[in-house]
Write a protein that binds this ligand. Structure first.
Ligand SMILES: [Mn+2]
Length: 324
């Protein structure tokens, strides 16, 4: 498909378009929302005619502090053809949920992403798997547009970086990550407030769920795989919703000797969503891909259409095969 697109060409394509649909992936995280909203603010600064932001799911409570979060639309839209759709933090268009047709009908599509590529749906791509967060790439795009970094943009982008690096603790944090973060802080993003909002503020039901979830922890006899499972019953007991499970997988990962951690939860429509984390050599993106999912080497996810118990069995078998 020809040579990779440069940031300059990306900026030109953005300048030529006048109506935009920015789409974050379903079950959004701070990186998807932060990147999408930063681009939203930047395009508004360029006085574009229409800039809409979409996400299949409502914005989780912990990300409602993001400037512009109330502008995110999750209702299906009447048929409109946008000059450009910008897809943030997703490697497959199916991750856009109900907004996939809206993206496909746009005149051009720009992909801004750092996942292992799974599907090639556009020629206009700012994709780099070495970036810790899509927010790093959104930052590069905004710089190429020569839009000033306002405190709003800085807050959105730094939230993306903080979310995906687990506050600079994951090995995806690079010198470039820290350089960008320092620029964002200098432009008005408040690092301690972001950490407080994303990691240190939970609802009562989320903490209750955390306790119930952690009591289910199991590990293999060799201690290299640990997992936590949450059934519908447990969600009901805690009075918690599916978007209140953020970070639970990291507790399983933190157990000494664990190389692969899994977090399984039963969804309302009786599927099983799985988060995978690894420490060391195991590439969990490849494991997730076996089940139709994807992600990064050390953090990935997938959804299985089966029971919780069967999902545990299938995943364990797959992870053990990869570790053998
Ligand atoms: Mn991301």
């Amino acid at each position: 498909m020809g040579r990779p697109i440069t940031l300059k060409q990306t900026a030109e394509a953005l300048c030529h378009a006048d109506t935009f649909a920015i789409v974050a992936h379903l079950h959004p995280d701070g990186d998807a929302l932060g990147s999408a909203l930063a681009l939203y603010h930047a395009l508004n600064a360029l006085q574009k005619h229409t800039v809409h932001v979409f996400c299949h799911d409502p914005v989780p409570e912990i990300y409602r502090f993001l400037p512009g979060s109330t502008r995110i639309r999750s209702e299906a839209q009447p048929r409109t053809t946008y000059d450009m759709a910008i897809v943030c933090d997703m490697s497959q268009l199916s991750r856009a949920g109900k907004f996939e047709p809206l993206i496909r009908s746009a005149r051009r599509i720009l992909q801004v992403d750092h996942h292992v590529p799974l599907e090639r749906f556009t020629d206009l791509r700012v994709v780099d798997t070495r970036a810790a967060a899509t927010a790093e790439l959104a930052y590069a795009v905004i710089r190429a547009l020569k839009v000033p970094i306002t405190p709003e943009i800085a807050t959105c982008l730094l939230t993306g970086i903080v979310t995906d690096t687990f506050s600079f603790k994951f090995p995806n944090t690079t010198p470039r990550t820290l350089r960008i973060a320092s620029v964002l802080q200098a432009h008005g993003a408040d690092l301690s407030t972001i950490n407080e909002e994303v990691f240190e503020t939970r609802s009562f039901s989320a903490v209750k769920l955390l306790g119930l979830a952690l009591s289910t922890i199991q590990r293999t006899p060799d201690g290299r795989i640990a997992w936590v499972s949450v059934s519908r019953k447990t969600f009901e007991e805690a009075g918690a919703s599916e978007d209140e499970t953020e970070g639970i997988v990291n507790f399983a990962r933190s157990v000494r000797g664990v190389e692969v951690a899994m977090f399984l939860r039963e969804t309302a429509n009786h599927k099983v969503r799985v988060s995978l984390r690894s420490r060391g050599k195991v590439n969990v993106a490849q494991i997730a891909n076996r089940f139709g999912g994807g992600g990064h080497e050390n953090a990935a996810g997938c959804t299985l259409e089966t029971t919780l118990h069967e999902a545990e069995r299938l995943l364990l078998k797959e992870v053990q095969a990869w570790m053998a």
